[in-house]
Every structure is written in C-alpha cells, then in structure tokens.
Design a protein around this ligand. Structure first.
Ligand code: DX5
Length: 230
C-alpha cells in the first residue's frame, strides 16, 4: 500500500524577521505540518525558541505544529508547550530516564507524543515504547544546527524501525530529521520514513518555499509509487 509521506519544514532555517509569513508560505505550499526546533544550549550547543513562538505560530497557521524539544529536563516544559498550541511534543530518549512516563504525561495533555534518537543512540532504546509513541524521530544529523550533511549510516535504523512497527502492526510514524533534500529524501522514504523534516532545503535563498516543497515532493514520487506497488 502506498505510504502517505508528510513534509514538515523546520522553521530553524526560516527568516526569523517574518516567521509567521514563512509558516504561511509552507501552509500554502501544502505541507502537512511545521517542526519547531526548541533548543536550550545544554542538550544541544544552540539556543532557539520556546513556547511563545509555538503560540505565535498557532495564530498564523492551521498546520500541525510539531515541537521538537532538544532540551534537558523536557518533563518540566510539557504543559507549557501543550498550552501554547503544539499538536505533538517530541522529547529526546537521551534525556528521559523514564521514557514511558514522559510519553504518558504528554498524552495526558491531549497532544501526540514522540521520541527522538540521536545518531549515536541505538533503536533498541525505544523499542519498548513503540506501542505508546505516536512517532519515533531518527536524527540524521547531530542536532543543533540546520544545513548539515545527511548521515547515511542512520538508514539502517529507519529500516529496523519500519520492520519492527510493521511486524507489530503499530501505528507510530517514522520521522527523519536532518539533511533532508531532493537527494536524501528518497533514501529516507525507501528505508521506511513517513515524515520528512526539512529545514534548509525548504527555507533558502535559491528558490521560494512553494518551489522547494514541490521539488521535495517530486523527488520521492517514484519511491512512493514503487513501495505502493510492492
Ligand atoms: C537540527 C534540527 C533539524 C534541522 C533541519 O538540529 O533538529 O530540524 O533544523 O535542518 P536541515 O534540514 O537543514 O538539516
């Protein structure tokens, strides 16, 4: 069956002087959601935005807002992000001693719960929560900055997750985040990804957002068709 692939531009690469407009451009380009890269300067060596930006974007677009918390101690911020209008909160396995409890706490706030794993974190660390998580996000860069090179050695993790989720008939989607462009998107989809987070390939100086989103969509069309015909 043909997989439905979602594209979620990451606003880390957007023009911060017109964030709402850039989110709207993505919405008008027909993307399925926006990923908001929340960074605390501890868990990752960069500092970005908090619940206030999610709240502002909630007013600008009707899109699915995916808050990717690259922060230590995410548990203390769950409610704020849920109240700000996030539709999903993604926490990092590396900072959750009790991941099942954190995922449960997110769902209690009536938002989707996701878990992300860094390149050095094995898939085995999240297998125990695949039934509770709405998504697993495989980082294909070391988190912190956009414009980095896609790490092809992470493809086997995506394949392993795809196999596990399909074998256990689970619903969790597989999100891939980092270095996604027209060349790497088909690799991620072929491996089993269903959500593509793309920053610098969507928000850049070379072409408008709509054109970049279309380029991404076209780059995976043949791969999606091939999977559908399996
Ligand atoms: C990296 C962020 C990614 C990044 C994606 O720390 O989590 O979402 O912004 O940007 P690109 O697509 O340029 O790698």
């Amino acid at each position: 069956m043909k997989p439905r692939i979602s594209i979620e531009p990451s606003i880390l690469s957007a023009d911060f002087t017109r964030l709402g407009q850039q989110a709207k451009e993505a919405e008008d380009a027909g993307v399925e959601g926006i990923q908001i890269d929340v960074m605390d300067g501890h868990f990752v060596p960069n500092l970005t935005f908090g619940p206030g930006v999610v709240k502002a974007l909630r007013k600008s677009v009707a899109l699915f807002l995916d808050a990717h918390l690259m922060i230590d101690n995410p548990h203390s911020f769950l409610e704020e992000f849920a109240l700000s209008g996030a539709d999903r909160i993604i926490v990092h396995e590396e900072v959750c001693k009790d991941l099942p409890t954190v995922l449960k706490a997110i769902k209690k706030l009536k938002v989707e719960a996701g878990v992300a794993i860094n390149p050095e974190t094995p898939v085995t660390t999240v297998e125990r929560v695949l039934d509770a998580a709405d998504c697993v996000q495989v980082m294909t860069v070391h988190p912190g900055f956009s414009g980095q090179r896609f790490m092809e050695d992470q493809l086997s993790k995506i394949q392993r997750l795809r196999q596990e989720i399909d074998q256990r008939h689970l619903k969790a989607s597989i999100v891939v985040d980092g270095g996604i462009d027209a060349k790497t998107a088909p690799l991620a989809v072929k491996s089993g990804a269903t959500v593509l987070v793309a920053g610098s390939s969507v928000y850049n100086q070379s072409a408008p957002v709509a054109q970049n989103v279309l380029t991404l969509r076209n780059s995976i069309a043949a791969t999606v068709a091939a999977i559908g015909s399996d």
